[in-house]
Design a protein around this ligand. Structure first.
Ligand code: DAH
Length: 359
């Protein structure tokens, strides 16, 4: 019996070591330790033995069973390691390879222009702030000095949501100006932010789509004045249009959230191939701006006797159209791959001031 046991032990160990994969190993386990397995059959024999025989054979069979179990576990670990190793080799990625030359997919002109704007303002020390597309009436209107029933509410073709349980109607933000409010309520001056993002108005023609993009700018400090506004805008427009000089015209205007308010035109020439920014006999309206209204500061718990600042708001899609010569805003949102291939930007070329914004 002892001999039989040691023969079985060697036989099983050899088979286990030779098992080529996990399935073969499982077959061996069943053939040895399964209900009808060879080891199990010997164990069953214990019942018919005398007490003395059992005393001798019991431990011997137990140790056989343990040895086989251990050998199976060790081989299983080996095979699993080898399988993992093989998978790692087959799925290996060489991260040092150069990027594929023909990357598919293009950056939308809108995203490109937003990256360009963020890059320019980052150089001027501005952070990028964000706010939600679904806004409260307070942030989109009241805090911006546009009280209920004020005629200025009619200036914007607002999309309203159904009233909630408190009767409050949220709006799809009609401009990025509510981000001014959110920033002033959450940060201490000095504040220097831009807030690019989606905005919504019920409007649809060649230069208006119900969803469009704006960028807001806000600077609040103790002694910020109109000269800072003009200098900032000049620096921005020069960098954005990649020209050495721009001439601005500040036209008095009205926005409820600024006093004084002005619209900013940039000198340009309309040519057959598009607009040339820099010189010429024409003026192009680019953005709205002004000194932040004292009521707006108060709504944000800032003391207008202590703090002042400027703000501006500008249509991003319009800037993209001007800079890259597109004339129908609606095609921005058609998802036409031919259009995107033509007007889009290479996926991996991030705009930098040093490397050229648009290459
Ligand atoms: N929110 C204005 C609009 O959508 C744009 C604007 C004008 C923003 C003047 C400003 C500003 O911050 O000072 O028409």
């Amino acid at each position: 019996m002892q001999e039989q046991i040691s023969a079985l032990r060697s036989e099983l160990k050899a088979a286990i070591d030779a098992a080529a994969d996990l399935t073969a190993l499982e077959d061996i386990r069943v053939a040895a330790l399964g209900k009808k397995g060879s080891v199990s059959a010997l164990m069953k024999g214990l019942g018919g033995m005398s007490a003395d025989e059992r005393k001798e054979m019991g431990p011997a069979l137990n140790s056989l069973k343990n040895d086989v179990t251990d050998a199976l576990a060790a081989r299983k670990e080996n095979l699993e390691d080898a399988a993992l190793e093989a998978r790692l080799v087959s799925e290996r990625v060489d991260v040092t390879l150069p990027v594929r030359e023909h990357v598919s997919g293009n950056i939308h002109p809108n995203s490109q222009v937003m990256d360009e704007i963020a890059e320019i303002f980052a150089r001027l020390g501005f952070d990028v702030a964000e706010g939600p597309d679904l806004e409260s009436d307070f942030h989109n209107f009241s805090a911006l000095n546009i009280p209920e029933l004020h005629p200025a509410r009619q200036m914007q073709d607002t999309f309203y949501l159904r009233p909630d349980e408190n009767g409050e109607r949220k709006v799809l933000r009609t401009h990025t100006s509510p981000v001014q409010i959110r920033t002033m309520l959450s940060k201490e001056p000095p504040i220097r932010i831009i807030a690019p993002g989606r905005t919504y108005r019920s409007d649809w023609d060649a230069t208006h789509t119900p969803m469009f993009h704006q960028v807001e700018g806000l600077v609040i400090d103790r002694d910020t004045h109109l000269g800072h506004l003009k200098g900032t805008l000049e620096a921005f427009l020069k960098a954005f249009f990649e020209v050495d000089h721009v001439t601005l015209r500040l036209r008095p205007s009205y926005f409820p959230f600024t006093e004084p308010s002005m619209e900013v035109d940039v000198q340009c020439a309309f040519t057959d191939t598009g607009v040339k920014i820099g010189d010429g006999n024409d003026w192009l309206e680019i953005l709205g701006s002004g000194m932040v209204h004292p009521n707006v500061l108060r709504a944000c718990n800032l003391d207008p006797n202590e703090y002042q600042g400027f703000a501006f708001g500008c249509g991003i899609d319009r800037l993209a159209m001007l800079k890259y010569g597109m004339n129908d805003l609606r095609s921005f949102f058609d998802s036409d791959l031919r259009w995107l291939k033509h007007y889009g930007f290479a996926a991996l070329d991030l705009p930098t001031i040093a490397g050229g914004l648009s290459k």
